[in-house]
Design a protein around this ligand. Structure first.
Ligand code: C2E
Ligand code: CA
Ligand code: CA
Length: 630
């Protein structure tokens, strides 16, 4: 509208200026032409003596002129004796006649007659006493030239405005359509996940609210299932993100197949999905959970490789498990972790009894990953003493975590969580990197001490693990033979066949293998013979009370004998008093570890301890008493 207004205004201003210019030039032309005419007429006047011949002459001229508006007047003694236009002369008063300037000049002059400006020129014919007057109305604003011009300008203005309005309308509708489409696309984007095109968390929350309203109106419950893929992280890490993305797309297709038309499937992020089942109760939820699990059980083909995925499902019912959509979401999450805890590949209904525990676990899981990725963990070192030589030959590296929000978390709490979620692989590599960095620094101080690192069996399921740790130690200039990998006996026995291959590889690379918590895992001695074991580490539960408990002492003694007969070294951990220390020495134990010698301490404290302790490392001795016993 503003544009249209401006166009009209500018066209009018332009029209007025243009018509004014045209009018001025037409008037100048009129004046020049009239002067020429007057000269012509006046100069060629023949000698006329009678009034009649004068009239005849003037009539003739008037007819030849073809200028209608020109009036010729002859005056004698202030009396009009001839006029070529009687009507006009009627309006010429005697007062007007008096204003007329009859002095001789070639210039046109003006006189206003009946409100109209007239141009005039005069001539006195002295000899005869006549005066001639030539009059013509000046070209006015409604002169054909300016009116035509104004008309044309107005017409073109109207056409321009009309065209402009149409263009604006067409463009407007095109832009409006484009904006509408863009708006729809943006709205879709804001409500959907870009990878799978499934509704996202925002849209799910909307639908949950809708389901809640319906549930109130129709007094019918609804169900929310939260689904998390088991070991997706590992697949992503080993096969790459592109493969992981393809897997998520395939899984989302499968899940869509397993729900009804009225149900909603959403992707909450990562490998987490949600299924909303309106008008569904406990039974319906169970049926859906079974269907989802069985449809996922069939292997997926991605990039020509078959892969099996499992998922953990957490189920909540509205209103039974929460009176708000937020509660329903949160409790479904808790239930999902309960399902994971069972071992994955299953579903769990929300159980309030386990809730407080699970919320903390949930926090620990998220915070731990963040802590590892942001270097917020610590390591402590606990010295290991050669009992025959009385010197430190190694340190065990133990992870420490002081969380900003949750405070100090003991490893017995966060390690099992890290194992269940697969975060343990990341943690192990982080710990190994930190310990080998410190060890290379100790080397510069002259201490050549070995490092015992705790390895979860979870790591032994990863075929790339030997490579990964080899890269870390060589980057930090540490030899594989300076690293002892402690693997818990019980864990090792539960998945021996897969772990064995990797253990063999590690052993071939030169790493020492130690069986941790030995005596608690009921390992078959036949298996022990087949494994590349270098060290047996007696579980501290036997060591703790061996000075008072004869059976414990007997078990310790047996393990020492067994180790030596298998050509392995023995470590006794959990030594808290000198009596136990001496007892172990008598039993021919090789290496001692426990609070008596030192608690696990930070790297800085260890440096000082190594300088001042009675068990300070002895370079020459270390060389002779390598853990391998060679
Ligand atoms: P572990 O491998 O058996 O480690 C020895 C544990 O015994 C340590 O507990 C240590 O502080 C404790 N200890 C040492 N000497 C004595 C003693 O004289 N008396 C008593 N009562 N305890 C003693 P911590 O540091 O709490 O670690 C607990 C467990 O957490 C470890 O048991 C290990 O299984 C796990 N862990 C710790 N750090 C890591 C790690 O980096 N990776 C893995 N996979 N596991 C780790
Ligand atoms: Ca250990
Ligand atoms: Ca142990």
């Amino acid at each position: 509208m503003v544009t249209v207004g401006i166009t009209i205004l500018s066209m009018s201003v332009f029209g007025i200026i243009a018509s004014k210019i045209m009018l001025d030039s037409a008037r100048a032309e009129q004046r020049a032409h009239l002067t020429d005419l007057a000269n012509d007429i006046f100069l060629n006047i023949p000698k006329i003596y009678s009034k009649d011949s004068l009239k005849q002459y003037l009539n003739k001229i008037k007819n030849e002129l073809h200028r209608e508006k020109i009036t010729l007047v002859a005056i004698e003694n202030n009396q009009i004796i001839y006029t070529s236009n009687n009507d006009f002369i009627k309006s010429l008063s005697t007062a007007d006649l008096e204003i007329i300037d009859f002095s001789e000049t070639d210039e046109t002059r003006f006189i206003s007659i009946s409100g109209i400006r007239n141009l005039y020129l005069t001539k006195s014919i002295q000899e005869m006493g006549y005066r001639l007057l030539l009059l013509e109305p000046e070209i006015s604003i409604d002169h054909p030239i300016s009116t035509t011009l104004i008309k044309r300008l107005i017409t073109s203005g109207i056409i321009i405005i009309w065209v402009a309005i149409w263009i604006a309308l067409i463009f407007g509708s095109v832009i409006a359509k484009h904006l509408k489409e863009k708006n729809i696309a943006l709205k879709h984007q804001a409500m959907h996940d870009t990878l799978t095109n499934l509704p996202n968390r925002t849209l799910l929350m909307d639908r949950l609210k809708q389901a809640q309203l319906n549930a109130h109106r129709q007094l019918s419950p609804f169900v929310l299932i939260i689904l998390d893929l088991d070991s997706f992280k590992e697949i992503n890490d080993t096969m790459g993100h592109h493969y992981g993305d393809e897997l998520l797309i395939e899984v989302s297709k499968r899940l869509l197949e397993s729900i009804r038309e009225n149900d909603s499937l959403a992707r909450l992020g990562g490998d987490e999905f949600a299924i909303l089942l309106p008008n569904t109760d406990y039974k319906g939820a169970e049926i859906c959970a079974h269907r989802v699990l069985s449809i996922l059980e069939q292997p997926l083909e991605i990039n020509e490789t078959l892969i099996e995925v499992k998922a953990s499902l957490g189920i909540t019912l509205y209103p039974e498990h929460g009176d708000s959509t937020d509660m329903i979401m949160q409790h479904a999450d808790v239930a999902m972790y309960q399902a994971k805890q069972i071992g994955g590949g299953s579903y769990s209904f929300y159980d309030p009894a386990l809730d407080s525990n699970s919320v903390r676990r949930l926090k620990l899981m998220t915070n731990l990953r963040h802590a590892i990725e942001n270097n917020l963990l610590n390591v402590h070192y606990q010295p290991m003493i050669d009992q025959q030589q009385n010197c430190t030959i190694a340190v065990e590296v133990l992870a420490r975590w002081n969380d900003k929000e949750l405070g100090f978390i003991p490893p017995d709490e966060f390690i099992p969580i890290a194992e269940q979620t697969g975060t343990i692989r990341l943690l192990t590599l982080w710990v190994l990197n930190q310990a080998t960095l410190d060890a290379s620094h100790w080397k510069t101080l002259g201490h050549n001490i070995k490092i015992a690192v705790n390895i979860s069996t979870n790591c032994l399921q990863d075929a790339s693990f030997p490579d990964k740790i080899n890269q870390i130690i060589s980057k930090n200039n540490i030899l594989a033979s300076d690293i002892e990998l402690e693997i818990t006996e019980s864990a090792l026995m539960s998945d021996l066949s897969r772990a064995r291959q990797i253990l063999d590889q590690l052993h071939e690379l030169g790493f020492k293998i130690s069986i941790d918590d030995f005596g608690t895992g009921f390992s078959s001695l036949a298996y022990l013979k087949q494994l590349p074991v270098d060290v047996l580490k007696i579980d501290r539960s036997f060591v703790e009370d061996m000075k008072n408990n004869k059976s414990d002492a007997a078990i310790v003694n047996t393990i020492i004998q067994l180790a030596h007969s298998l050509n392995c070294k023995v470590v006794a951990e959990g030594i808290e008093d000198a009596e136990t220390y001496d007892l172990l020495k008598e039993l021919n134990n090789d290496i001692a570890q426990g609070y008596l010698i030192s608690r696990p301490i930070p790297a800085n404290d260890l440096e000082q301890w190594l300088e001042t302790s009675v068990w300070k490392p002895r370079q020459s001795v270390i060389e002779e008493t390598k853990l391998s016993g060679t």
